[in-house]
Design a protein around this ligand. Structure first.
Ligand code: GDP
Length: 335
């Protein structure tokens, strides 16, 4: 869609259509919040402000795991199960690498082909973006939009190989890691950092000949988590085995997600988590705006490049160059 068409969106009409669950309006609203055009930012903000009272009602679940673990198969099947139970399911993705590798993890909707056909499911590919910050900002805003459109389950998929899983854990209520059957070596493939974010670990592909290996992997996860959780109160992730392909264990997985959500809500931790996320969100937006405005100035951009060259050549220390940059925006040396 061209920039002009986007900027012609009538905000009042869009607010009404999004609230009524109109998918076309929702898709357009998301395109507006993803837009990089400065004049769209203002309109996007206006839209989000208007829809804010309608947000916050969904269960927000992050789903991560190494490529090939079965995330999209699992989301496809879990999503179908939830739709069959009367839920409205939105699936979003955070994949900061997609713009470079040329293919978004969800760019091909056939990966969730059956869910994509459902009237009560909404699948949105990862936004293009060259920074994780940019991608996560629009994903947070997209969560708000799909909630305003009445989706009561939001699944946010991310590949567990970078920084994106931390970013996603900062925008969801419950975090699920999809693991693979297989012994020790496989476990090494999942980084400790990813495990530490998990509320639920689902060892996938636990069917047929794989069942034994999946059970062994589940045991190993439990052991690893036991060690990781030592000394940490309030953190005891659940490990279970599932088969996304054969739709085994997915009801139990969802029950665990709901239990976790409920216990967070009851203890007040959910509210705390969401308020902390809102503050982190504000900080991110502010930092991005500050940096964008700084880099937007021709003079500053020139200096920036020059200083980077100096640091690269070893003529200047990173600290000295950063100090110089700070002076450019009026930060006093003592600050
Ligand atoms: P993703 O990269 O994590 O999204 O993984 P995919 O969902 O694309 O799955 C990777 C491969 O594993 C595909 O060939 C799937 O068909 C297969 N797969 C996914 N779930 C299962 C499962 O429960 N059992 C088996 N046997 N294969 C599965």
């Amino acid at each position: 869609m061209g920039g002009n068409a986007k900027s012609q969106i009538d905000i009042d009409a869009t607010v009404k259509s999004v609230r009524s669950g109109d998918r076309v309006a929702l898709a357009r609203a998301i395109t507006l919040v993803e837009s990089q055009r400065p004049d769209d930012h203002h309109r996007a903000q206006g839209l989000l402000d208007r829809l804010l009272p309608d947000t916050g009602k969904a269960i927000r679940v992050g789903i991560s795991g190494v490529p090939g673990a079965g995330k999209s198969t699992l989301i496809d099947q879990l999503g179908l199960n939830l739709v069959a139970q009367g839920h409205k399911v939105a699936v979003l993705a955070v994949d900061p690498t997609s713009s470079r590798s040329g293919g978004s993890i969800l760019g091909d909707k056939t990966r969730m082909g059956r869910l994509a056909m459902e009237a009560n499911a909404f699948i949105r590919p990862s936004p293009a973006g060259d920074s994780l910050g940019g991608v996560t900002k629009t994903t947070r805003e997209t969560i708000a939009l799909v909630e305003a459109a009445g989706y009561d389950v939001v699944l946010v998929e991310t590949v567990g190989v970078g920084q994106s899983e931390t970013a996603v854990s900062n925008m969801v209520d419950v975090f699920v890691v999809v693991g693979l059957p297989g012994a020790g070596d496989e476990l090494q493939g999942i980084k400790r950092g990813l495990l530490e974010l998990a509320d639920v670990i689902a060892v996938n592909k636990a069917e047929g000949d794989n069942v034994d290996r999946a059970n062994r992997a589940a045991m190993e996860y439990r052991t690893a988590l036991h060690i990781l959780a030592a000394g940490q109160q309030n953190w005891s992730p659940v490990v279970l085995t599932v088969s996304a392909r054969d739709n085994l264990g997915l009801d139990e997985l969802w029950t665990k997600v709901l239990e976790r959500h409920e216990s967070l809500r009851e203890s007040g931790a959910l509210l705390k988590r969401r308020s902390a996320q809102a503050v982190a969100w504000m900080r991110e937006i502010f930092e991005q705006r500050l940096l964008a405005s700084f880099k937007g100035s021709r003079q500053a951009a020139k200096q920036w490049t020059q200083l980077e060259d100096n640091v690269r050549a070893g003529d200047m220390t990173p600290a000295a160059a950063a100090l110089e940059l700070s002076r450019l925006v009026g930060v006093k040396d003592s600050e």
